[in-house]
Design a protein. Structure first.
Length: 55
């Protein structure tokens, strides 16, 4: 995904590393994967008024 934005869209992409313990990092990663799998099984539609990146 990052490669697509950099090479094709020519967007500037910034990565901000964070220092967290390995176990916390693992839990965060697994929770992201779990949410992605939930959305694959039961998609949710994005409501730009009530459910967006600023609310």
């Amino acid at each position: 995904m990052i490669d697509l934005r950099i090479n094709f869209d020519k967007d500037k992409v910034y990565l901000y590393p964070i220092k967290i313990e390995k176990e916390v990092n693992k839990k965060l990663f697994l929770s992201i994967l779990e949410r992605a799998n939930q959305l694959k099984k039961k998609p949710e539609f994005y409501n730009t008024v009530s459910d967006n990146c600023t609310t």
